[in-house]
Write a protein that binds this ligand. Structure first.
Ligand SMILES: [Zn+2]
Length: 150
């Protein structure tokens, strides 16, 4: 089995970055909607969430009601919530220890982490909890031309 990648339309990547720049210097977060394909996961929609954490400069909490509503509307067109994204203000696009621990709750979810500096982007990377191991495995991101729905 070859490694599968996250296939990210350029408009969806742009929507993630624009939202995280707006949230800076706090952490921003949102949902990644799409479908599984033979090659990996095709992103079709980005759904920004308010960060409901109290300490937004160092953690994030996606709105659970938004997640339920997004799951429902995605399912109607054969899509699913594939994962979520969040930023690391003044940090790297690498899951923190807290992220890695939280990923164990739902190991199928993809985690997109964006490192930020002074409002600029330092890189975007996708990760998934590795079954059986206590670590996150990097998932390749293929940026493609064309539009998702956001
Ligand atoms: Zn994090």
């Amino acid at each position: 089995m070859t490694d599968r990648s996250l296939i990210l339309p350029i408009t969806c990547g742009g929507a993630i970055i624009a939202h995280l720049q707006d949230s800076f210097p706090e952490e921003g977060c949102g949902l990644i909607v799409g479908r599984e394909t033979g090659d990996g996961w095709l992103v079709t929609e980005i759904v920004p969430s308010p960060n409901q954490a109290e300490a937004r400069e160092r953690t994030f909490e996606i709105d659970p009601g938004l997640r339920l509503r997004t799951q429902r509307t995605a399912r109607e067109r054969g899509d699913a919530v594939l994962g979520h994204y969040h930023s690391h203000p003044y940090g790297d696009p690498v899951p923190s220890e807290t992220d890695t621990r939280r990923a164990a709750d739902e190991p199928e979810l993809l985690w997109v982490v964006v490192g930020m500096r002074w409002g600029g982007t330092q890189g975007l990377a996708a990760w998934q909890r590795e079954a059986g191991a206590g670590t996150m495995k990097r998932v390749m991101v293929d940026v493609i031309e064309g539009a998702g729905q956001s």
